[in-house]
Design a protein around this ligand. Structure first.
Ligand code: TXA
Ligand code: MG
Length: 337
């Protein structure tokens, strides 16, 4: 079993930083989801991430940098990895860092090639979670410039939003190979918004809780959506974030009609819906919060919970329209693909 330590203890942060500097893996809470973290400049350590996740090694990882002390203190980390920061990317950093935004930037050719999955770009993020920042600062003192961390789940599965989820995903790893910092439940709950800043104009690669409208307001430019020329991003594979049970997204009326027809036979189906549906006695309908941020916060934990009940089907009511729901809708569509 991995070693689980409460992140509130200063010794836990120090122990995690030491392990990281020595090339081993740390389960790191961030505001979005937990990451499986290692020194981004240590190729052997980064290989361990790919191996533990079962992720193809040509899928690039996000590198997390410290916010530093001074305003714009993340520039040291950014300059270590990126060869160039376009003005619109700097504006986005200033508006949303530390926070749930990842920027893809041109990579310095001599750093983090393994973490970048061989791409000539690098994904950078400065997380706002106090435990992530404490760990990044402590690791920086030991010479770690940045921390590569994909979501701490096995490849293709639902991202973890609690330390217990991480322990469950990597139960096979012994305590000397994985230390998990327990920082409680992640407040955002879905992965960061990803913007590609390598093409002269901002391109949205993955929606998250920072919306396109907010990005455009901050950088004063239209943000284009992803096209076929986008680099490989496993978070953008069509089927991803999938629980074991089969997820089906359904509009309100067909969902209600199916419940009417099935009656109490719907008991073997888990339902997650924002509308007040009528269901037969014994049919569990889990209510989706009316607010997108609240829904995102619980989404992956709910999918895991419903999955754990052993149902073969999870029926989810299509979330409301509106760009504040883009991130949630995207994750549900992938879970259903
Ligand atoms: O919120 C998050 O972003 C979480 C936390 C731990 O920070 N991390 C996360 O990592 O979701 P991961 O590896 O599960 O998803 C990162 C996405 C992947 O789809 C990856 O392919 C893409 O970012 N990505 C990373 N570097 C890239 C690059 N250089 N070019 C294109 N895509 C990149
Ligand atoms: Mg992931």
């Amino acid at each position: 079993m991995p070693l689980l330590l409460p992140a509130g203890e200063e010794q836990a942060i120090q122990a995690a930083a030491q392990r990281m500097a020595a090339g081993s893996l740390v389960g790191m809470p961030t505001e979005t989801v937990y990451g499986l973290a290692a020194d981004a400049d240590n190729a052997t350590a980064v290989h361990r991430i790919f191996e533990a996740k079962g992720r193809p090694s040509d899928h690039p990882l996000i590198v997390h940098v410290s916010a530093g002390q001074a305003p714009l203190g993340w520039r040291a980390g950014v300059d270590h990895y990126a060869s160039e920061v376009p003005a619109f990317a700097a504006a986005l950093m200033q508006a949303f860092w530390p926070g749930p935004l990842t920027l893809i930037l041109p990579r310095r050719s001599d750093v983090a090639a393994v973490a970048a999955g061989g791409q000539d770009s690098v994904g950078l993020r400065c997380p706002s979670h106090p435990v992530a920042q404490a760990l990044l600062a402590a690791a920086a003192k030991q010479g770690v410039s940045g921390v590569a961390a994909p979501s701490a789940n096995r490849f293709g599965r639902v991202s973890p939003t609690t330390a217990a989820h991480v322990a469950e995903e990597f139960a096979a790893l012994p305590d000397d190979e994985l230390l998990i910092l327990d920082g409680g439940a992640c407040p955002v709950g879905i992965e960061s918004t990803i913007v590609d800043a390598t093409r002269g104009h901002p391109v949205l690669l993955r929606p998250g809780m920072i919306t396109t409208a907010q990005l455009e307001a901050a950088c004063g430019q239209p943000v284009r959506s992803r096209d076929d020329a986008a680099p490989r991003a496993s978070g953008t594979l069509e089927s991803h974030y999938a629980p074991r049970a089969q997820v089906r997204l359904m509009d309100t009326q067909p969902l209600q009609a199916a419940l009417d027809v099935l009656g109490s036979d719907a008991r073997h189906i888990a339902i997650y819906a924002h509308s007040p549906l009528k269901a037969a006695r014994g049919v569990g309908v889990r209510r989706m919060p009316p607010d997108a941020a609240q829904c995102a916060q619980e989404l992956f934990a709910v999918l895991r919970e419903l999955d754990a009940t052993g149902v073969r089907l999870i029926w989810v009511e299509t979330p409301p329209s509106g760009d504040d729901w883009d991130g949630v809708r995207d994750r549900l569509q992938r879970a259903a693909a």
